[in-house]
Design a protein around this ligand. Sequence first.
Ligand code: DQA
Length: 144
Amino acid sequence: MRVLVLNGPNLDVLHRRDPKLYGGISLGELESRIYAWAIDLGLQVRCEQTNHEGRAIDLLHEALDWAGGLIINPGAWTHYSYAIRDAVELFAVPVVETHLSNIDAREDFRRFSVLSDIATHRVMGQGPDGYHAALKHLAGEAPA
Ligand code: DQA
């Protein structure tokens, strides 16, 4: 299965963000781990990150033609972007909404997710390992 892993705004500076919330690693290190996990699981992954909502939507549209699964961490767009929701809603394949931190246990504004009712599966609060859980879900190696 081919999988798009899409990280949204401010995840390019992951290493500068609160390590207690975000794991203290760089995006490059996270993506290296994702590629290694994907090989173990027999998945073909393409990792992308953008700070630009229109670019994210273009990447999602392109992935409609090739991806068998989507892992998306929309960053702060999670909490307000109906444009990202509309693009994600186009996917007929499994979509895993993934967050490094536990958005349900932080500020009130983070508790609402525009994707919560359309994602096939949600992973949060597991730090970088959450992407492993998301990949395992797509590979059918994790409980639903
Ligand atoms: C995040 C949580 C969001 O609330 C925040 O805006 C992010 C990252 C996470 O991975 O925990 O940028 O999606």
